[in-house]
Design a protein around this ligand. Structure first.
Ligand code: PLP
Length: 389
């Protein structure tokens, strides 16, 4: 018998991929499935970005790049960060990662070990908890509540910190709830963190461009007092519809940067060279298609919320960010995962049960509205028909 490490008894998964696989299987069997499950834009990557990758390949960019990413791309990220946040970061603090996810993987590996505590949002992106558990650290959920409009509370987060806390993970705009945490809560958190100078923070800002109804994305980079212990996770997947390119970036404080570089050298060497050139084109090129994606999501968001609220026994808050709605389905009498599974198998609609995002996700479904308005409408009619059976 082989003896792999105990972490594999604890590591989790992202159930969205299992739902996608099942949805595809049903489609292959001839079923008509509407997918509101997977968290990826339903748009293709803008053409000028694709062209930049093709050009890079034709120009002979076929080899390794520096582990931290090519300098022109790190410079582009620094320029963009200045534009979006007003904050100057050095390209020497920017790391190019094979996807947004890899930043959380690296950050959690850096701080997690038995005896350590790591705070993370619940409901939240499932990999936070999974990776924390893998390292043997204790996952400490930060409750994300519907009655707080799915924002995190600065005070409540501070109240969970102990002398064992190593890392706090925050995410706004958030998956799976679409919650956007207001400035006041973030300021309260940052102010209180002055009492905990040895606690690092990872801010997952991958949905930074996707806010609606005037909601403000507040980057933690704008708080200079946090900079020496702040890791910012960002990337290309959502903003430029590039999930399959595996392109992310992160901003690391000086004291952690070389550790992240070493993880890259040990793990993935560097990110695909042609993709990195595409990444420059995405940042420096026209943003009209990226803007169009957000405008389309905004329309579909309104449609989703209105249609879901028209169903009996469902309450759907209006999400202010990302491309997810998180309706409360507890009034239907269904358990969330059972409902998600029945909707897929019997009604042909893929959604994700809230518990796949944490204990506090019970009673909710995650709907990704990254699908056409027509499909969203059809899907919600099917949900309504199913529930009234
Ligand atoms: N962070 C959050 C909150 C996400 O929702 C996702 C993807 O769904 C990621 C990170 C990972 O992004 P990527 O596909 O670039 O690894």
């Amino acid at each position: 018998m082989l003896h792999t490490i105990a972490g594999f008894d604890r590591i989790g998964e992202e159930n969205a991929f299992a739902v996608l696989a099942r949805a595809s299987e049903l489609e292959r069997a001839g079923r008509d499935i509407i997918n509101l499950g997977i968290g990826q834009p339903d748009f293709g990557t803008p053409e000028h970005i694709v062209e930049a990758a093709i050009k890079a390949l034709k120009d002979g960019h076929h080899g390794y790049t520096p582990a931290t990413g090519i300098l022109p791309l790190r410079e582009a990220v620094a320029r963009r960060t200045l534009t979006t946040t007003g904050v100057e970061v050095s390209p020497d603090n920017v790391m190019i990662m094979p996807g947004g996810k890899v930043t959380m993987f690296a950050a959690i590996l850096m701080f997690g070990e038995p005896g350590a505590e790591i705070l993370y949002p619940d409901p939240g992106f499932p990999i936070y908890r999974s990776m924390i558990e893998f390292t043997g650290a204790t996952p400490v959920p930060i409750p994300i509540r519907e009655d707080n409009d799915f924002a995190f509370s600065g005070e409540e987060t501070l109240s969970l910190i102990t002398d064992k806390t190593r890392l706090i993970i925050v995410n706004s705009p958030a998956n799976p709830t679409g919650g956007v945490t207001p400035r006041a809560e973030i300021e309260a958190l940052v102010a209180g963190l002055e009492n905990w100078p040895d606690v690092a923070v990872m801010s997952d800002e991958i949905y930074e461009t996707m806010t609606y109804d005037g909601a403000e994305h507040v980057s933690l980079l704008t708080f200079p007092q946090l900079r020496d212990r702040l890791i910012v996770l960002n990337g290309w997947s959502k903003t430029w519809a590039m999930t399959g390119w595996r392109m992310g970036w992160s901003i690391w404080p000086d004291q952690l940067y070389d550790k992240a570089r070493k993880l890259a050298v040990n793990g993935w060497s560097c990110v695909n060279a042609a993709s990195q050139f595409a990444g420059i084109a995405a940042i420096d090129g026209p943003q009209d298609e990226a803007d169009k994606i957000v405008a389309a999501f905004d329309d579909r968001r309104k449609l989703t919320v209105e249609a879901m609220n028209a169903l009996p026994n469902i309450i759907c808050r209006t999400p202010k960010g990302a491309f997810y709605a998180f309706p409360n389905i507890s009034g239907t009498g269904w358990k969330a995962k059972e409902l998600a599974s029945a909707l897929l198998e019997e009604a042909g609609v893929a959604t994700i049960g809230g518990p796949d995002f944490g204990i506090l996700g019970e009673g909710y479904l995650r709907l990704s509205y990254a699908n056409s308005a027509e499909n969203i409408e059809r899907a919600i009619v099917r949900i309504g028909d199913f529930l009234s059976r």
